[in-house]
Design a protein around this ligand. Structure first.
Ligand SMILES: NC(=O)c1ccc[n+]([C@@H]2O[C@H](COP(=O)([O-])OP(=O)(O)OC[C@H]3O[C@@H](n4cnc5c(N)ncnc54)[C@H](O)[C@@H]3O)[C@@H](O)[C@H]2O)c1
Length: 275
């Protein structure tokens, strides 16, 4: 019997097989979970996003796959209704969603537009509250449900290049703590994983990814970068009963990078331009 046998839930945020949500899904599936999925709605004639995600999740026996733009309350409500009809109540929810307009993300934070800031915050931070709120309103959260979101260290300290998304992640992490406090009396846990750099579509839009990876290899106590699979395993842990006493937590899965206050002695001077 797997760790997630008999457990039912939702995964939001798979774009392709590099997505962190996919790495978590693989572990959830391996451990026996039953899962419903969403994809970013398609805009053109061809169902490109839907097809890409369907190809991944159908072989896993996905309970459903439906479009959901987290900016649209009726989409979120429809997902929760479907989850209620399919599962009754859900035991877990993965929120692995973020976006910022490239022009607002790549410049300094003082130059980001009012509109871009609003959209980035809405998709990357508010949506966790919206999704949790819709699930609570429709009374589909089981009395030991676990919600999980994904964040990055740039929400705690300044990581040059992470810029606007760092501000969004600070809000998201604070949202995790408030949700944990508000939903805790129902037995519901809310946590985040703060992952090191993983090569995904979203990561490509943030700063210089190669430089970031080199920095982790030189500075992190384990002297390497994480793999998506390691984030997947940690996600499984937080979503399972193994983490039944953990809520309001930001778990760093970053080979220890965030514990370092300065580069280690063996870090070659000048090997990474940013340091
Ligand atoms: N890749 C990394 O290095 C890294 C590190 C730490 C945290 N994270 C976080 O992990 C999460 C997942 O990102 P990823 O790296 O797997 O990239 P990804 O691009 O695979 O996933 C981002 C997802 O957000 C979805 N999305 C964007 N706008 C949306 C909207 N309006 N409605 C619904 N969905 C929307 C996309 O469709 C995509 O599935 C993000 O929160 C990201 O900030 C990533």
């Amino acid at each position: 019997m797997g760790l997630m046998s008999g457990r039912k839930g939702l995964v939001l945020g798979i774009a392709n097989d590099r997505s962190i949500a996919w790495a978590i899904t693989e572990w959830l599936h391996r451990e026996g979970a039953e899962i419903g999925f969403t994809h970013l709605p398609d805009t053109g004639d061809r169902p490109k996003n839907q097809n890409k995600v369907a190809k991944l999740v159908e072989p896993l026996g996905a309970k459903f796959l439906m479009p959901c733009d987290v900016c649209n309350d009726s989409h979120i409500e429809a997902v929760m209704t479907r989850a209620g009809e399919t599962f009754g109540r859900i035991d877990f929810l993965v929120h692995s969603v973020a976006f910022a307009p490239p022009d607002d993300l790549t410049g300094p934070t003082y130059a980001c537009s009012r509109k871009g800031f609003g959209l980035a915050m809405e998709i990357s931070a508010y949506s966790l509250l919206a999704v949790a709120g819709a699930a609570k309103k429709q009374q589909i959260l089981s009395d030991s449900a676990s919600l999980l979101t994904l964040t990055y260290f740039g929400g705690e300290e300044v990581i040059p290049g992470y810029n606007l998304m760092g501000i969004c992640k600070a809000a998201l992490e604070c949202g995790v703590r408030y949700l944990a406090s508000e939903l805790g009396p129902d037995g519901v846990r809310v946590n985040a994983i703060s992952a090191g750099p993983v090569r995904t579509i979203s990561a490509m839009g943030v700063g210089d990814f190669k430089q970031m990876r080199d920095l982790y290899e030189g500075v992190a106590p384990l002297r390497r970068n994480i793999t998506a699979d390691e984030v997947g395993k940690a996600g499984l842990f937080l979503l399972s009963d193994l983490a039944s006493g953990i809520t309001g937590e930001v778990l760093h899965v970053d080979c220890g990078f965030s514990t370092m206050g300065a580069p280690p002695a063996d870090f070659a001077k000048g090997s990474v331009a940013a340091v």
